[in-house]
Design a protein around this ligand. Structure first.
Ligand SMILES: [Zn+2]
Length: 77
């Protein structure tokens, strides 16, 4: 059974940050402006009760950031 040494993980994390500068930059998602949600218009076609189409607006999870409102950018220099 393989055991993972927590010290090893910590050191490897530090190693990554120091030597590869891989600490991600976090900033607000540009697509939803940090809301994590976007408005979409849902067109409902007319039926026997309505003779005009109705537009509903609903909130959905932002597809860019997956609903977190934040984006991680990994800087590679
Ligand atoms: Zn977003």
């Amino acid at each position: 059974m393989h055991k993972v040494d927590p010290m090893e993980i910590m050191l490897s994390d530090i190693f990554d940050k120091v030597f590869y500068n891989r600490e991600p930059e976090i900033s607000d998602c540009e697509y939803c402006e940090g809301d994590g949600k976007i408005q979409v218009e849902v067109y409902r076609s007319h039926n026997c009760n309505r003779d005009v189409g109705v537009i509903d607006v609903k909130m959905v999870k932002c597809p860019d950031c997956g609903g977190s409102g934040q984006m991680e950018y990994v800087i590679n220099e």
